[in-house]
Design a protein around this ligand. Sequence first.
Ligand code: UD1
Ligand code: CA
Length: 419
Amino acid sequence: MQNITCVILAAGRGTRMKSDFPKPLHKVHDRPMLEYLLSTVYSIGISRTVLVLGHGRDEIKGHFKGVDIIVQKKQLGSGDAVNTARQYFKRYRGDILVLYADTPLLKQETLKKLIEKHRKGNYGVTLLSVKVPEPAGYGRIIRDPQGNVIRIVEEKDATLYEKEICEINIGAYVFKRNALFDHINSVCFNRSKKEYYLTDIINIFNIAGIPIGALVIDDPEEGLGINSRVELAGANEIIRRRILEQFMLAGVTVIDPQTTSIDRSARIGRDTIIYPHTVIERDVVVGRYCQIGPFAHLRPGTEIAEHVEIGNYVELVRTKIGRYCKVKHKTYLGDTTLGEHINIGAGTITANYDGKNKNKTMIGDGAFIGVGCILIAPVRIGKRAVLGAGSVVTKNHHVPDGATVVGIPAKIFKKGGRA
Ligand code: UD1
Ligand code: CA
């Protein structure tokens, strides 16, 4: 997208989070909240983005390399934060999209529409608003009798009448560069909050006769600003549901969306069924026609082929499972590779960590692991091998193809013979 640069304000103290960590790094569904906004901005093709940082700036910088940064030395409010970017835009003449780092739910289509409306209407500023049932805490949009936006009043300064207004300021604006920097210095210091409010610029534009546009969106969820842990949990819930919907629309059955969590980077094949209380983390791959859960935990590095059944209280990490395997009850497999058609008995555990290293377990096609086995890695279990219930296979005591082993430590009971 041409002639537009994005400024994300992320310098605030985030006091209401009551946290030692900067607010933009608090995680929503396992990713820093700022990551969502940044990827939305990139997805609409805005090539230049600058972050205004202050509180916790070194930590935030470390997470978002390659983005331009401006430092706001003192946290004197959103108006001051924008003003610190003045030098950056000295020679720039295009539009400026101003966003707040704590609104991770904004959608790509919405930002596109906001920019479009701004350009079509030739406004000096176009802001984003929504009507919400509980507007407390947000800036309220004040309109004149003709319905034109004339100012924004912050909660702290609102009269009882203004507090009743349920159209709120989401905190996303497109400005013409000159209109913004010609007037931002006119924003006065707000004595009750000891801040320069960016929102005061709307009234200043109105008085100066600069046209103000507003895009009112329908979905209140999108406008959620995260100020406290309560809103953080709300955002988490919304993102979790949005991701699940994508999987369902792509052909995955999710039996109980309320208790299921899937990372958006996971890949899951059609006609796979996810049972309740299942957690699927980053980069996990699950093939078609599988059954996962209830109460399964698939951690990063897990790759599951087609027709696999993973059942109750099974945890998998860095584990590859071939077609038609069954791992159905109370099992932990870490750093393990399974061939095809393997049955893992209830309560089987791989001891993959020896206190220093993570070691690998390999299990060949058609092996049958009895209930309650412990496999101390590194170890290889041959094709079609059988482990008697409760066997402990010790480190490097590989089980040959077709052999049956039993006991603690596991000893060969029968060599080969199992076809
Ligand atoms: C702000 C808006 C309010 C709107 C709401 C939407 C103002 C004055 N008010 O209120 O109208 O309804 O967002 O969620 O803008 N920041 C800085 N430097 C500062 C202070 C803040 O960079 O000195 C950044 C924060 O990191 C944050 C953003 O500006 O990302 C907004 O600040 P915040 O304190 O969260 O404003 P709200 O009270 O939520
Ligand atoms: Ca906020």
